[in-house]
Design a protein around this ligand. Structure first.
Ligand code: PRP
Length: 218
């Protein structure tokens, strides 16, 4: 019987857009993903790979439950979801950084208990714990920048990539937290069961990532 396909959960959206060119440079045809419309699962024509397009937090769930062997997802999601999956490669794309931001009137040193809006309550709590401060955290699903602008929160903890959203909404950065990038993680059981297949896939991508890094350094 033919060996079953390697199941690769790829975060759809920004991560997908930056990772597809890496997959292509690694010799994996991604025409189906590029022309996917509303489809979510793709079997490679010439390689034993199956790509599953999912939201970032769900990529960690697929891996934890063994429904995917490999996950390609931002380190922000992995940290927030306290994922224990094994990281094999930093793809060096999706690079951004967590920041504490607010309107210019915000005083981070004010002694009052702060109200913080964020999509990342675990990371935010960890940050304020490390400062020895007790903050009230409000979970927000998107457009987090609205929180200080509308009075919903005193400040936000969010990721910034180009800085455009912060700038265009007249917000200011008050502190820099962890850096973020897209990672390749693997389910430990899958790694035990099909190491050759997994390392063959990872090595293909690693060669492209190293090559791109050398190009950037020149
Ligand atoms: C993210 C993040 C910021 C924005 C930062 O949101 O939460 O809002 O990107 O990017 P920039 O520094 O390049 O402007 P995303 O676009 O993922 O969508 P969201 O508003 O639904 O959170």
């Amino acid at each position: 019987m033919a060996e079953r396909r390697l199941k690769i959960a790829l975060t759809k959206g920004r991560v997908e857009k930056q990772v597809v060119p890496i997959l292509e440079k690694a010799g994996i045809n991604c025409d189906q993903i590029r022309n996917k419309q509303r489809r979510l699962i793709f079997n490679s024509d010439s390689q034993p790979y199956q790509f599953i397009l999912a939201k970032g937090p769900d990529v960690t769930t697929f891996l934890e439950r063994g429904a995917a062997d490999i996950g390609i997802v931002g380190s922000d999601i992995l940290t927030e979801h306290q994922s224990s999956q094994y990281e094999l490669l930093d793809l060096n794309v999706g690079r951004c950084q967590f920041v504490l931001a607010s309107t210019k009137e915000f005083n981070p040193k004010a002694p009052k208990r702060k109200i913080i809006g964020t999509k990342y309550p675990v990371i935010t709590k960890h940050y304020f714990d490390s400062l020895g401060q007790d903050a009230e955290i409000i979970k927000i699903e998107g457009s987090v920048e609205l929180a200080p602008l509308t009075g919903l929160a005193d400040a936000i903890v969010d990721i910034t990539e180009t800085g455009t959203t912060i700038r265009e909404n007249n917000l200011k950065i008050f502190d820099y937290l962890d850096k973020v990038s897209t990672r390749l993680v693997v389910n430990r059981m899958a790694l035990k069961q099909r190491p050759e297949m997994i390392f063959e896939f990872v090595d293909r991508l690693k060669a492209v990532v190293e090559n791109e890094k050398m190009g950037q350094a020149q």
